[in-house]
Design a protein around this ligand. Structure first.
Ligand SMILES: Cc1cc2nc3c(=O)[nH]c(=O)nc-3n(C[C@H](O)[C@H](O)[C@H](O)COP(=O)(O)OP(=O)(O)OC[C@H]3O[C@@H](n4cnc5c(N)ncnc54)[C@H](O)[C@@H]3O)c2cc1C
Length: 862
């Protein structure tokens, strides 16, 4: 390995928002750098997209650089949403102000880039045949910089003018007196159509997929916004950096169904009037996750479209029905829907009347020929990966990036990709990029790359590359985040679905700018976790993982950290109970069930204990599951897992009876066990009166409740019943051995820590009694003859391995057992209904297991 001196320390491709700032930062730290740009000017997006009506759709106050104090206070935006010309002027001003042009080579297209591992440098070849070498190679090539290839046969034969919104000419296009056909109704089409209609003799809009759009309400920047910014620009920017979308604003906590119809409408009207995209996501927490919730906003939008558009048939065609709102990029417009009321504007719905091709005089659809003087293609971009893979990039051992990404891009944080040392992507796939205010996301990436290179320089590190495992886990994390949302149900460019042959994968990171930034902060604070380095005299491998949990588990942990709860094991039981009850109060309530009933049963000492019954909204009798709540034998009650019991009731279509038991330290072992057995006895006797179907009784429990359920199943086997159909043990305590690897690996949590388990054990049971099978059911003399079981464990739970051990021991004893291991989950994942959404698929399997216990023949047949 050698470190041959290259022509330049860094080559940056692209002179848009990203490239300009990157160059500025690199030069500031004394690196030699050049930008190669195919255009003859700076601006990127704002250089190319000069179509009428082109503007940003994030308020200009927010969609601008924050890195320079004077720049951000000197520059005044004339409108809420600046026009393309003003943004281009701004970027030219930035290029001049920071003297960037001397290091930009315009009209230079990069065609190839190859990593030379022996010399530890990149060889960058331009389309003109020149080759430059550099140590580091930054692709600032833009997420939306490659217009989609033409997909219409015969376009070359068209005798009129053809324009593409993404490659608009520099001269003004005159539409006056002309018949214009516009193909495409994404963001660009929606911005351009009303403007073109102001001049043209006629406009025909060809629409394949209608999109949601709200009025932009153009005008001067609102005084309050300016005031908020000017009051403390740094605080304002910092709020943007740690916001969901890169725009300061409130975060929705409520679910759509929790407010009245009037209140919901009031909020949607507010969004419509505000003319901003961010508030659309800030009304309800579940808009992007829950179809029923999303449908309410869709219905509101349909109403608005029908109100505006006079012709009912056109209105219906303009109402999007094939994708949830915001699962494709929502748009802002200036009179878009009303444009269809103009007598010279018409709509062709391509779903009914598809394009056959382009003829010499116009567009040929199934219904006939539409003659035009001008055709405008607003057909979108090969988004996010298009510009990157268009360059033939070869990494170590000639590995082609295009081939590596054949099934979809794999990156570490959207910034780097394994096998391609010293290659950086700005706002690459796997980062918030197009789901954010890109000015914020670009600055973050530029600063991160700059910090990394500065750190490498200081430490004599020459080569950096993500580890394969770090990349694999982040890519899966990105997929997991996307899969939680309704986005993956839409055929959008976020999914690569607009480009024929492009692999279907959710490209940007949807967990939020804030969450992503925290992951980057953590990575950096841990000395660039997940990155391998090579340098003079040093090789540092690093296979650490920055985000091992599911994205919604991470989000919950972040919210808990923000709430600043003290370590739970430091709280006296009374305070711990009060704290957890308060947390429970704020949690989502779970689904509606047919009936909820409360009552008491006699506990083992004769004193009454409470139960709560959940009945499905279907005709009974139903199979019945006796449920024991979690809480380390110390906290909780028959209602503390309310949302989880509701969920299980609805999903399994069975009765759930949650019974309380006495808690430690007031009532130590074996009080809880004795109460659990009393509950089983009582439920078995009362089953029919409660609405239970004869002979269909199971036990279930979570955590300490899982421990009680397992013990109750053993007791029933050994003491003549009741006969149980099955046992559902969810992250159960099964043993008092703390030496299994999961106890060591997860000693610090999340949430359930070794210290907290010690606290629970110490409160509940004397060390001398901890081998007793009534507290350590794995230690029973025999596990044979137990009812069928499902054991659910979580990857990141101290109790994982004892759960697995119990499942395996039961299996070995001949018990039918299903073991479910929740990847990326923690101890409390499954009970957090509507908070940890990825727990739903696990709960669905639990419900299925219950059904299997009760209907074994049907399941065997399936
Ligand atoms: C019409 C439109 C409106 C938008 N509005 C918003 C908005 O309101 N808010 C928002 O956050 N984002 C918006 N975006 C996204 C926008 O792309 C980004 O905000 C931002 O401008 C991207 O900057 P960039 O420097 O990363 O990439 P770009 O601005 O796309 O610049 C990339 C540059 O790289 C050059 N290049 C690419 N490949 C090569 C090559 N092989 N060789 C040489 N040069 C190359 C291109 O010519 C281009 O100049 C919009 C995008 C479009 C198309």
């Amino acid at each position: 390995m050698s470190f041959t001196k290259p022509d330049l320390d860094v080559i940056v491709v692209g002179a848009g928002f990203a490239g300009l700032y990157m160059l500025h930062r690199l030069r500031r730290q004394g690196l030699t750098a050049k930008i190669l740009e195919s255009a003859d000017g700076v601006g990127g997006t704002w250089y190319w997209n000069r179509y009428p009506g082109a503007r940003c759709d994030i308020l200009s106050v927010d969609y601008s650089y924050s890195f320079d104090k004077e720049l951000q206070t000197d520059w005044q935006w004339s409108e809420r949403y600046a026009k393309q010309s003003e943004i281009l002027e701004y970027l030219n001003h930035v290029a001049d102000r920071f003297d960037l042009r001397r290091d930009i080579r315009f009209e230079t297209r990069v065609a190839q880039a190859a990593w030379d591992d022996a010399a530890s440098l990149w060889r960058i070849a331009t389309e003109d045949g020149e080759t430059l070498t550099c140590r580091h190679y930054v692709m600032a090539t833009g997420c939306l910089s490659v217009p989609k290839d033409n997909e219409f046969d015969g376009i070359e034969a068209f005798g009129g003018e053809v324009y593409s919104t993404g490659r608009w000419p520099h001269h003004a296009v005159d539409f006056a007196g002309k018949r214009v056909g516009v193909i495409g109704t994404g963001s660009s089409g929606i911005q351009a159509i009303p403007e073109i209609a102001k001049q043209a003799k006629s406009v025909t809009v060809f629409q394949r997929t209608p999109n949601f759009s709200i009025p932009a309400r153009h005008g001067p920047v609102a005084d309050e916004r300016i005031a908020a910014f000017r009051k403390d620009p740094e605080a304002y920017r910092q709020a943007a950096r740690y916001s969901k979308l890169g725009v300061p604003g409130p975060v929705a906590m409520e679910q759509t169904k929790t407010v009245s119809d009037e209140e919901r409408r009031r909020r949607y009207e507010h969004v419509w009037r505000t003319g901003e995209l961010q508030p659309m996501f800030a009304q309800f927490a579940d808009t992007l996750f829950d179809k029923a919730a999303n449908d309410t906003m869709v219905a509101f939008m349909h109403e608005k479209i029908r109100e505006i558009v006079d012709d009912p048939e056109t209105a219906e065609a303009l109402c999007p029905t094939d994708h949830p709102i915001a699962s494709k990029r929502p748009c802002l417009d200036d009179g878009y829907y009303a444009t269809f009321n103009l007598p010279h504007v018409s709509l062709v719905d391509l779903r009914r009347d598809p394009i056959r091709g382009i003829a010499a005089t116009g567009v040929e659809t199934a219904g006939g020929l539409h003659e035009f003087d001008v055709i405008v293609l607003a057909t979108g971009f090969d988004a996010m990966t298009g510009a990157v893979v268009r360059v033939d990039i070869r990494g170590r051992d000639g590995l082609s990036l295009k081939e590596k990404w054949a099934d979809g891009p794999q990156t570490y944080m959207g910034l780097m990709t394994a096998g391609f040392p010293n290659l950086f992507l700005i706002t690459g796939p796997g980062s918030p990029s197009v789901l954010s205010n890109m000015a914020v996301s670009i600055e973050q990436h530029v600063e991160m790359i700059d910090d990394l290179l500065a750190d490498m320089k200081a430490r004599g590190r020459e080569v950096v590359e993500p580890s394969a495992i770090a990349e694999e886990v982040w890519t899966r994390y990105n997929d997991d985040a996307g899969n939680l949302t309704l986005h993956v149900t839409a055929n959008s460019w976020y999914m690569g679905a607009n480009v024929p042959g492009k692999p279907r994968r959710f490209l940007p990171f949807i967990g939020g700018v804030d969450s992503y930034r925290r992951a980057c902060d953590d990575l950096k604070a841990a000395d660039w976790m997940g990155l391998h380095f090579r340098g003079k005299g040093e090789t540092r491998p690093d296979d650490r993982i920055v985000r091992p949990f599911r994205p919604d588990v991470t989000a919950m942990l972040e919210a808990m950290a923000e709430a600043g709860l003290p370590p739970l094991h430091t709280l006296p039981p009374a305070d711990l109970r009060a704290t957890m009850a308060a947390v429970g109060e704020q949690s989502p309530k779970g689904p509606e069930v047919g009936e909820v009933r409360d009552g008491t049963f006699p506990g083992a000492d004769g004193a009454p204990l409470r139960w709560r019954l959940y009945r499905p909204d279907t005709p009974g009798p139903h199979p019945l599951t006796l449920y024991f709540h979690g809480g380390g034998w110390v906290i909780g009650s028959e209602v503390s897992d309310d949302a989880f019991c509701r969920d299980l009731c609805v999903r399994s279509n069975s009765l759930i009876v949650s019974c309380d038991y006495r808690h430690a330290p007031e009532a130590r072992f074996p009080a809880a066990v004795e109460d659990a057995l009393a509950a089983l006895d009582w439920v078995a006797k009362e089953a029919q009166a409660l609405g239970g179907a004869p002979g269909k009784l199971a036990v279930a429990g979570w955590s300490a409740g899982g421990n009680l359920a397992a013990v109750a199943a053993q007791h029933a086997r050994d003491h003549g019943g009741p006969a149980l159909s099955g046992q559902l043990l969810i992250t159960p305590v099964t043993d008092s051995d703390f030496s299994r690897p999961s106890y060591v690996e997860n000693a610090a949590g999340p949430v359930l820590t070794r210290e907290l388990m010690d606290y629970f054990w110490d409160h509940y049971v004397d060390p001398a009694d901890r081998q007793d099978p009534r507290v350590a059911p794995i230690r029973a003399t025999s596990l044979a003859g137990l009812p069928p079981a499902m054991v659910v464990v979580s990857q990141f739970d101290p109790l994982r391995d004892e759960g697995i051990a119990y499942a395996e021991a039961m299996k070995a004893a001949g018990v039918p057992v299903t073991l479910l291991v929740g990847r990326g989950h923690m101890h409390t994942s499954y009970s957090a209904v509507d908070v940890i959404l990825s727990g739903a698929e696990m709960r669905a399997q639990m419900a299925q297991a219950l059904d299997g216990f009760f209907e074994p023949r049907r399941h065997a047949a399936e």
